[in-house]
Design a protein around this ligand. Structure first.
Ligand SMILES: NC(=O)c1ccc[n+]([C@@H]2O[C@H](COP(=O)([O-])OP(=O)(O)OC[C@H]3O[C@@H](n4cnc5c(N)ncnc54)[C@H](O)[C@@H]3O)[C@@H](O)[C@H]2O)c1
Length: 283
């Protein structure tokens, strides 16, 4: 695709792994950076396992699996991202951590490289202003699981240039996604609408209106949703969900965004959903 050949991905969690798979499968070279070499290598192992499953099901050829894996490099050195035309940051949803990372990326990545964040809610403008190239910073927000979900929100802070936004939209399209452009407001389109619903499901559970299982069954069967709100919270991660609600509340002061106590207590207890094998459900 045009100007973008090599894409850096920072973070090896749920989204970093999914992004590595999507981007490499779309023909780009990928450098995955995690704080530990083992974290970065675990991403490659995860992509390999997914591709093996696809080969076993006859969905892709073994040659394609090998070609995709050959395009992914794992590293614990941020310096390996120097030659990337695009870096997508997907570390923990914490503004201070992300700002520090953008300051470091500014020093490392070539001057015309685009620095993108996969944040779900945080103000992209603050990350842009942590660099000397705010015109080359924006949000490229993939959804979970990234290989399956069709949507990408391209988030435009007021500093981003038209060319940066154009390249990000073209990149998302090259990844086989439907891209929408949205201004830099907490939650963008999807999470600003989704999270009051998820939070109110927890409120309903707290009030004893129905069990969590029955609320999930009701929303699946009554709205034709693929999963209910508690299964979705567990998939997203309760810590990430809490950070999203806190960021939405900080921006809009709407009580629907004020995280319910159950959510906060479960995060304090380390019950974060699928990734810790325990959340609203056990895995
Ligand atoms: N989970 C979702 O459904 C989802 C969907 C879309 C976007 N996102 C966004 O993607 C980003 C990552 O979310 P995730 O679900 O992959 O989280 P995760 O908890 O699975 O992974 C977080 C990653 O951040 C790293 N990390 C933690 N603290 C760090 C630090 N101080 N410095 C550098 N790295 C650190 C961890 O090692 C891990 O690799 C967040 O911004 C989140 O809002 C999440």
């Amino acid at each position: 695709m045009g100007d973008i050949h090599t894409v850096g991905i920072v973070g090896s969690g749920i989204m970093g792994s999914g992004l590595a798979e999507v981007v490499a499968r779309s023909g780009f070279s990928v450098v995955v950076r995690s704080r530990s070499k083992s974290g970065a290598e675990a991403v490659v192992a995860g992509v390999r396992a997914n591709l093996e499953r696809q080969v076993a099901k006859g969905k892709i050829e073994a040659d394609e699996r090998d070609a995709v894996l050959a395009r992914i490099k794992a590293t614990d050195h941020l310096g390996r991202l120097a030659d990337c035309e695009l870096v997508i940051e997907s570390v923990v949803e914490d503004l201070a951590v992300k700002k520090e990372l953008f300051r470091e990326l500014e020093q490392i990545v070539k001057p015309d490289g685009i620095l993108a964040t996969n944040t779900s809610t945080l103000p992209v403008i603050e990350l842009a202003m942590a660099t000397d190239r705010p015109d080359r910073v924006l949000g490229i927000h993939f959804f979970n699981p990234a290989p399956m979900m069709k949507l990408v929100e391209v988030v435009r802070p007021i500093t981003a240039s038209d060319d940066t936004v154009k390249q990000a939209l073209a990149f998302a399209t090259a990844c086989g996604k439907d891209a929408v452009e949205v201004v830099d407001r907490a939650g963008f389109v999807v999470n600003a609408l989704l999270f009051p619903y998820l939070n109110n499901a927890v409120r309903m559970f707290e009030q004893g209106t129905a069990t969590k299982e029955d609320i999930d069954t009701a929303m699946q069967g009554g709205c034709n949703f693929p999963m209910g709100p508690f299964a979705l919270l567990d998939l997203v991660g309760l810590d990430t969900s809490l950070s999203i609600l806190d960021a939405l509340y900080a921006e809009f002061r709407d009580p629907n965004y004020a995280a319910m106590p159950t959510l906060r207590r479960m995060v304090a207890a380390g019950q974060l959903g699928r990734k810790t094998k325990r959340g609203f459900y056990a895995y």
